[in-house]
Design a protein around this ligand. Sequence first.
Ligand SMILES: NC(=O)c1ccc[n+]([C@@H]2O[C@H](COP(=O)([O-])OP(=O)(O)OC[C@H]3O[C@@H](n4cnc5c(N)ncnc54)[C@H](O)[C@@H]3O)[C@@H](O)[C@H]2O)c1
Ligand SMILES: O=P(O)(O)OC[C@H]1O[C@H](O[C@H]2[C@H](O)[C@@H](O)[C@@H](O)O[C@@H]2CO)[C@H](O)[C@@H](O)[C@@H]1O
Ligand SMILES: [Mn+2]
Length: 442
Amino acid sequence: MFKEAYNIVIVGGGSTWTPGILKALTKHKEKLPLKKVTLYDIDKERQETIGEFGIVLFKEEYPEVEFSYTTDKKNAYTDVDFVFCQMRTGGYPMREKDEHIPLSMGVIGQETCGPGGFAYGIRSIKDMVEMVKDVREYSPEAWILNYTNPAAIVAYALKKVFPDDKKIINICDQPVNLLRSYGRLLGRSYENWEPVYFGLNHFGWFKNIYDENGNDIVPEIKKITSEKGFLPADAEQRDQSWLDTYAMVEDMLKDFPDYLPNTYLQYYLYPEYKLKKLDPDYTRANEVMDGREKRVFAECRRIAENGTAKDSSVVHNDAHGDMIIEVAESIAHNRHRYFIVMVENNGLIENLPDDAMVEVTATLGINGPRPYGVGKIETFYKGLIENQYAYERLTVEACLEGSYTKALQALTLNRTVVDAKKARKVLDALIEANKGYWPELS
Ligand SMILES: NC(=O)c1ccc[n+]([C@@H]2O[C@H](COP(=O)([O-])OP(=O)(O)OC[C@H]3O[C@@H](n4cnc5c(N)ncnc54)[C@H](O)[C@@H]3O)[C@@H](O)[C@H]2O)c1
Ligand SMILES: O=P(O)(O)OC[C@H]1O[C@H](O[C@H]2[C@H](O)[C@@H](O)[C@@H](O)O[C@@H]2CO)[C@H](O)[C@@H](O)[C@@H]1O
Ligand SMILES: [Mn+2]
């Protein structure tokens, strides 16, 4: 693939995360030289605000790049090397329903976990399958790097629908943001660490983290967290809901001290406790609509009006923008750098099903991921992951087959629901709320 300069399209150009990726693209121009950057979205108005920001930014920081935004698929996908995908089918209004409806029924409502993630997953599958087909029509060799959530369900669905497409990689910024947090906790850079990670997306653990001298620093991170909690890792970075989330790492390590947990595990390990902390009338979706969405769009409008991005504060300081570019660069230039990505298991976690889409450490080169196995995992982790895998698999099959029974089985298996009567009530409410987005389930 080695090229002088690359063509990138960002799908979901109107995403609140797009400005951060655009700024990172201008920052990494030496590492990943670009020829063309295009935004694509189905919502013309939403994307226009971000697109006008991009025009000002690239004119000032990267004038040699052809920057544009479009709602036309042919314009978007012709002659593309990398697709950065971050769509949200139904937007925040549907995310709000994903979170409010289960909570109103006494069950966890969250963007990617529990019934919220279940509803979001079924909504995402159709649009994501369509996106892959569209990309392959115009750029058969493009790498598709996907952030669209719920990544666990999207990754499993795309692997089932496109089993031979080797150029789709699903990624998540949570593990690398946790590595950054551990670095803050230790007062060190995480850049040259070698993580040993295993699980599913938003459902995994760090087993070891080897630093540049080959020492495993997990014991030190555990010790500091048990003494000072985990909040010092990131206090300045987060909205209140994220501070609450990060604070729970201490509880999880106290109860299950083997490995460093992904923060999302708290919804599955402490559903009753989390339920008491979540407000059914004002969830993370509301926080984002009142916070990041307002802030990002106002800042993009201000910059477009002023004609300069030199003083822009549009980007949240975290790994999201950098990571997807570093992934693309490692592939484009065959760097074989370490990333934590989703790949088909096939024995990587020895005692889990082969077709599970597991999240593990891999090096990324021009031929894609070379994942690292972790051998057999202990009963507790095997039991948790197999249950979550079965939920994810049944969710995808329910969507692809239009099966009500498999949808009910999926929700009943989910650790945040469990009770089949509750599962049926939540499922029927979500079917009603997702009319026009979900396939008919019978
Ligand atoms: N993988 C990760 O770790 C990670 C991290 C952050 C965000 N995300 C995901 O990135 C996505 C965007 O997040 P956000 O909060 O910025 O959402 P957002 O609602 O601000 O933006 C999503 C954009 O996608 C567009 N869209 C919807 N359907 C589309 C389609 N079929 N084709 C093209 N565009 C379409 C919408 O119009 C909107 O502009 C979400 O799926 C979110 O969960 C993932
Ligand atoms: O609730 P949101 O929309 O703010 O974020 C949802 C996403 O949360 C994770 O990304 C986190 C990141 O992992 C965390 O460390 C911090 O930097 O904030 C990010 C988002 O706020 C998760 O990885 C994504 O999948 C979610 O979509
Ligand atoms: Mn994620």
